[in-house]
Design a protein around this ligand. Structure first.
Ligand SMILES: C[S@@+](CC[C@H](N)C(=O)[O-])C[C@H]1O[C@@H](n2cnc3c(N)ncnc32)[C@H](O)[C@@H]1O
Length: 320
């Protein structure tokens, strides 16, 4: 084994362990949220434009999508929602705990006959059949050397006229400099600065070196995981400075693309997740649908795309 593949193997082991621990600690993460995604009633509003768009997109192409493979499926939510539309789904994740959860939820929802989940490194997995769509939701950026691995997956998993749907963090969870100035300015402001729960922020982001992780575990190299921060493989990816859009458009034809969360995610964290006065949180919650609506309109304009938190790319193989 070369030192490069040894390094990748070790990274993948850490990755699986991280997501196993995250799944085991999921209740604690929801109980003490560090991000709007762990506050269900808020997350439902913030992700509405994305869920609406995903449903429409799958609906528009439904007659050509009878089966899909979800790369790094996590708890299987995307497989479950596509199975609800009658699509045969295969979800693959390197974390056995996530796959356990995905299987359990499929059973609970009565979708087990349309959902097959496997706990394995997807690069080592052989699919039972080639499918009409391969998808990944926040998982591609966990693959080192993605530009080499993605064509291999496409070749092995996708029918020749199949589609790809990838939703990934964009530009390292980007935050526009002006937005950053505004939020930091508020947090430093001598009148309203105390409203922000900075201690909670420092604790849950691990920056205070206290309460490092909800359920601390020791990684193979002796480092502690912080289950609230990016996973080991996700950190590596951003360390390599990849441009997701460039990698995807190099080999595949763009059918459509869309961006999400220019400001709504960051603002929600500042003015809800880390906000102390209840009345400010209440007011923010009232304003949230409007903020999300403005954000969605803004994300439609190319000049704002660069700083959106997530990009969605719907692709197919280039016609020769
Ligand atoms: C950010 S999570 C996203 C999970 C899920 N798609 C979702 O939307 O919740 C990334 C997932 O990719 C999985 N993953 C990373 N590398 C993988 C690999 N080589 N094979 C299979 N799964 C992998 C991780 O275990 C993790 O569950």
């Amino acid at each position: 084994m070369t030192s490069e593949s040894e390094r990748e193997k070790a990274l993948l082991e850490k990755e699986a362990r991280f997501w196993d621990q995250q799944e085991e600690a999921i209740g604690d993460l929801y109980a003490k949220p560090h991000d709007w995604r762990f506050i269900p009633e808020i997350a439902d509003v913030v992700i509405k434009p994305k869920t609406r768009y995903l449903i429409e997109l799958i609906g528009r192409h439904r007659d050509r999508i009878g089966s899909l493979i979800d790369i790094g499926c996590g708890n299987g939510w995307f497989c479950h929602s596509c199975a609800e539309a009658g699509i045969k789904t295969y979800g693959v994740d390197v974390s056995p705990k996530k796959v356990e959860a995905a299987r359990r939820i499929a059973e609970e929802k009565g979708l087990a006959h349309l959902c097959q989940f496997e706990a394995v490194d997807i690069m080592k997995w052989t699919p039972p059949e080639k499918v009409d769509l391969i998808s990944a939701h926040g998982s591609l950026h966990h693959f080192p050397n993605l530009d080499e691995k993605l064509p291999l997956m496409v070749e092995r998993f996708l029918k020749p006229d199949g589609f790809m749907l990838f939703v990934e963090p964009h530009y390292d969870h980007g935050m526009a400099p002006k937005l950053q100035d505004f939020i930091f300015g508020c947090a430093r402001n001598r009148f309203i600065g105390d409203w922000f729960d900075k201690e909670h922020y420092l604790q849950v982001t691990g920056q205070a070196q206290i309460d490092q992780a909800v359920a601390p575990g020791t990684a193979p190299d002796g480092q502690e995981f912080n289950l609230r921060s990016e996973s080991p493989a996700g950190l590596e990816f951003f360390g390599e400075e990849p441009e997701m859009r460039e990698i995807l458009l190099k080999d595949y034809e763009l059918v459509e693309e869309k961006y999400f969360h220019y400001a709504s995610g960051h603002l929600t964290n500042a003015f809800y997740t880390y906000m102390k006065p209840k009345w400010v949180r209440g007011l923010y919650r009232l304003l949230l649908p409007l903020i999300v609506w403005i954000d969605d309109r803004r994300c439609r304009k190319p000049k704002y795309n660069k700083w959106a938190e997530e990009g969605l790319w719907f692709l197919r193989r280039r016609r020769s």
